[in-house]
Design a protein around this ligand. Sequence first.
Ligand code: AP5
Ligand code: MG
Length: 190
Amino acid sequence: MRIIFIGPPGAGKGTQCKRLAAYLNIVHLSTGDLLRATKSASALGRLVASYIDSGRLAPDYLVMRIVIRQLEQTAARSGCLFDGFPRTLNQAQLLDEYLAANQQKLDLVIDLHVRQDELVARLLKRAQVEHRPDDTRETIASRLRIFHSQTAPLLDYYQDRGMVRRIDGMQSPDEVFSQIQACVDAQKQQ
Ligand code: AP5
Ligand code: MG
């Protein structure tokens, strides 16, 4: 299966993808994690850090290069969870082109909903433990703005294909996972 997770910062994309990847035994492809791993003292690493540490989207060409490299690996050919990708209409179209050229298809889009005050609370709490440079009040606000202006419109793009399943992400991680599992199991039966 190929499943896209769309949700604002702090919605639980990473938390849920980790569990679902184990359940389905497929690859978890997080562009945020991959970009963070690219941060280094090199020129490219500094460029990537300048985007992600300030909460701005990395350029599409860079993200696509990283994603396609992952998709070319054997393990991802049988299925993949896209965590935080695509994030722009251009990325969504490029992904469609790649999948079509490789006789692959998307199965589901999980639309993870969490109230804004809860998102901010989760990220500020995580900041105390993980110290992600983009988990500051100011950068969180900017990440949320970018999500609403650039990424949320993708839901319409996928809605037209009947692929979107809205999930209430305000519940406990176990309860959220049960909702996702039910959608995935129903999709598998089709
Ligand atoms: P990315 O790493 O994807 O960050 P994000 O989208 O801002 O989301 P987070 O990882 O902060 O949250 P999450 O939804 O994964 O929630 P999590 O499970 O961690 O991207 C970072 C940056 O990289 C971007 O800003 C951009 O610069 C760049 N980037 C990435 N992809 C890109 C792309 N495609 N194009 C261009 N640029 C890109 O949970 C959050 C916290 O809440 C955790 O502490 C968790 O334990 C807790 N939690 C989770 N679920 C629950 C629950 N149900 N109840 C209570 N707490 C919970
Ligand atoms: Mg994440």
